[in-house]
Write a protein that binds this ligand. Sequence first.
Ligand code: UT7
Length: 333
Amino acid sequence: MERLPTRTCHSRITGMGSAVPEQVLTNHDLELLVDTSDEWITGRTGIKERRMCKKGERLSDYCVKACRRALEDAQVEAGEIDAILIGTISGDYRFPATSIFVQSELRAMNAFALDISATCSGWLYALFHADALIAAGRVRKALVVGAEMLTSITDWSDRSTCVLFGDAAAAAVVEASDGHEGVLSVHIGSNGDLAHLLYCKGGGNGKYLTEESIRKGEHYLRMSGNDVFKHAVRTMYRASVKAIELAHMEIDEIDWLIPHQANIRIMEATAERLRIPRERVFINIDKYGNTSAASVPLAIDEARRTGKLKPGQTVLTVVFGGGFTWGSAVIRF
Ligand code: UT7
C-alpha cells in the first residue's frame, strides 16, 4: 500500500456553495430539437432536465455566486483567501483565466488565481493541488471551484451528446487544519492515449477556427459515448479503491458514495462493483445532467444542504472525464 509522505498540515472543507442557471431544459424540450425521447434519455442516462445559461451570461458570474455562498458558509472573508483554483474547460475567454475575473469580482486580492483544464475531473484536480499546497505550508485558505458551461460548445443537432450536458458552478472553501480530518485522501490520474474519445478541437492552434472548421462543427464537443462508458466504469472503480487505500480505510467505513453525475448506469455499476448499496449513493443527475467539472461539488453541496450528508460522515467521491482524466477522494465532513 502506498504511503503518503509526512505532511505538516491537512486540509478540510469548511464551506460550500453552488449556482445554477434559472433556465431549465427538459427532455421534452429536446424532443423538439432532435430525434430523441424522454423515455430514451431517462432510461439510458437518468437525466430528466438540465440547466442552461442564457446567451451573454458568463461562467465567471456563476463562479462568483458559488464562491460567495461558500465563503458565507465557511464564514471566511474574500481577503483571507490565498488561492483560487477553478477546474473548467469552458471559461469566459481563451485568456486570461476565468479565476482572474472571479478574484477581481470577489476582491480576493491576496490570492493567486489559476484555472485547471482537466474536463470533468477539474474540481478533484483543483482539490488535489489545494491540498498539496496546504500540506506544503504555501497556502492556508483556498477557493476550490468546479464550473462549466458545456452548453456553449454543444452541437444541438447531435443527439448523442446534446441530451447529456448542463451548466453549473460549485465551490468549496478548503482550509489548513491541524487535526487529521477533512480530506483524508485525494488521488488524480490521466491517460493521454484515450484523448480521441472525447474532445473539442476547434479554436486551438492545432485546429484554427476557419469558415470551413465552423461549417464542419469542429468547435463542438465530440464523444464516442459507448467507448467512454466502458472505460468510465473500470476507471471509477479503480480510482475509488485507490482513494480508500490512501486513506487507510475500508469500504464499509464510507457513509456516502458521491460519484460524477455522468450517467446513472455508470454510477450504479461503480457502486455495485464497490459493494456500496444504492441508498448510500447520492444522485442528482435527474435535475442537472452532466455538469462536468461542477458535477461532484454540486452533488456534495446538495447532499450537505439537504441534510443527507451529516457532519462527521465520510464521503468517497470519484470522477472521470475526457483526456482521459480521473480523480477520487475520501473526505470527512
Ligand atoms: O462526463 C464525461 C464523459 N461522458 C460520459 O460519461 C458519457 C458516457 N457514455 C454514455 O453515457 C452513453 O454511452 C450514452 C448515454 C452517451 C449513450 O448510451 P448508449 O447506451 O451507450 O447508446 P449508444 O451510443 O450505444 O447508442 C444506442 C442507440 C443508437 O442507435 P442504433 O445505432 O442502435 O440504431 C444511437 O443512435 O441509441 C441511439 N441514440 C439515441 N436515440 C435516441 C443515441 N443518442 C440518442 C438519443 N435519443 N439522444
